[in-house]
Design a protein around this ligand. Structure first.
Ligand code: UT7
Length: 352
């Protein structure tokens, strides 16, 4: 037996054979990106008239200058549908070819039924099934994991993954701890099988419910249904203990990003871009420092949209798509409510 193994390894056919096996492994790659941002802008100057804050404080503490706000009475699905339609158009894909639609969100149109099911129907994906995924600001990273696994298994070929949140529907605009941070937006990607070794390479995902205390909406779930009292106590709004979330976010997002580099033998020179969750510029800077990468590799649009929760990472893809080249090594990193966090290593699969 050993004799045959050694003979085979030394034969000139071994390397091409090995290459074929490695390359024939199916990976899931992003093949198109689309986005939607509401027209209405809420800038720091306007927030100064709403709560006790200043443009200077918000800019220096977070890096945010303005955010977008979706009109009242319109749900998250509206933004998700527009982003998904752009993806179909750009990739020249018929909606009937889509197998699955995932919407990562903490602000679904309704608790029941799934926003993704509505999105799939509205874009004409009659052969798809859809469901929502709730992992707060890490929703898109977790969604990448789920969608990629389905594609790698060979069970499904075309999956639309959308990160979408209407944060203005859960933010208390008299609470300066939260209202200065969040904004509304959506972005979508199409994921398809790749046999060139591109797409999602590796991921490091974690969660820890220690975060329940620091970032939550207390009322409206099974534990504490909404009553007049919970509304009077404003428990239906998002609560954040910013200082504690910041502490956990800085260390975990930076460590996850470093770990994914280390595990894949990537040096700072090998990394082409960091696409981080856009929660606070200081958290992003700390992550980049831990990774040892220079500012030009760190992609940010936090200044324009604030924290759009599950939408931040795909919104960065949409804004910087033209920069990416086939084969670029991209690290994605996120941290959010739950707590949930992680980092992924992606090889970009196309030139725009
Ligand atoms: O995406 C999900 C995960 N979320 C995050 O990653 C967010 C993590 N947290 C943060 O980004 C930051 O903690 C905040 C931006 C929310 C707050 O920044 P900070 O530097 O941690 O401020 P702080 O909470 O420590 O507050 C510092 C001071 C306090 O005043 P005193 O006690 O020092 O007198 C606050 O009352 O700033 C005050 N403050 C404000 N002042 C003006 C808090 N919010 C504001 C505000 N405007 N909006």
């Amino acid at each position: 037996m050993n004799f045959f193994v050694i003979f085979f390894q030394k034969s000139p056919f071994f390397l091409p054979f090995l290459k074929k096996i490695v390359l024939s492994k199916i990976t899931a790659s992003i093949t198109a990106v689309g986005s939607y941002l509401p027209k209405t802008v809420l800038d720091n100057k306007t927030l100064e008239t709403m709560v006790d804050t200043t443009n200077e404080w918000i800019t220096t503490r977070t890096g945010i200058k303005e955010r977008r706000i979706l009109k009242k009475g319109i749900g998250t699905s509206k933004m998700a549908i527009k982003a998904a339609k752009e993806v179909l158009k750009k990739s020249n894909t018929s909606p009937k070819e889509i197998d699955m639609v995932i919407v990562a969100t903490i602000t679904p149109d309704m608790h029941v039924s799934a926003t993704a099911a509505h999105v799939a129907t509205k874009i004409g994906s009659v052969n798809a099934f859809g469901y929502d995924l709730q992992a707060a600001c890490s929703g898109f990273l977790y969604g990448m994991s789920v969608a990629s696994s389905f594609i790698e298994s060979g069970r499904y070929q075309k999956i639309i993954l959308i990160g979408a949140d209407k944060m203005s529907s859960i933010v208390d605009y008299s609470d300066r701890n939260t209202c200065i941070i969040f904004g509304d937006g959506a972005a979508a990607v199409l994921l398809e099988p790749n046999n060139e070794g591109l797409g999602l390479q590796d991921e490091f995902l974690r969660s820890d419910s220690v975060g329940r205390e620091f970032l939550r909406i207390e009322a409206g779930g099974s534990q504490l249904p909404i009553t007049k009292e919970t509304i009077d106590q404003k428990k239906h709004f998002l609560f954040q203990d910013g200082k504690n979330v910041f502490k956990y976010a800085v260390s975990n997002m930076a460590e996850a990003s470093y770990k994914i580099m280390e595990r894949n033998n990537l040096t700072n020179k090998d990394v082409d871009y960091l696409v981080p969750h856009q929660a606070n510029k200081r958290i992003i800077d700390a992550t980049a420092k831990r990774m040892g990468i220079c500012d030009s590799k760190v992609l940010m649009n936090i200044e324009n949209y604030g924290n759009t929760t599950a939408a931040t990472i795909p919104l960065v893809f949409a804004d910087f798509e033209k920069k990416f080249k086939k084969g670029d090594n991209i690290i994605l990193a996120a941290f959010g409510g739950g707590f949930t966090w992680g980092a992924s290593f992606l090889k970009w699969s196309y030139n725009s």
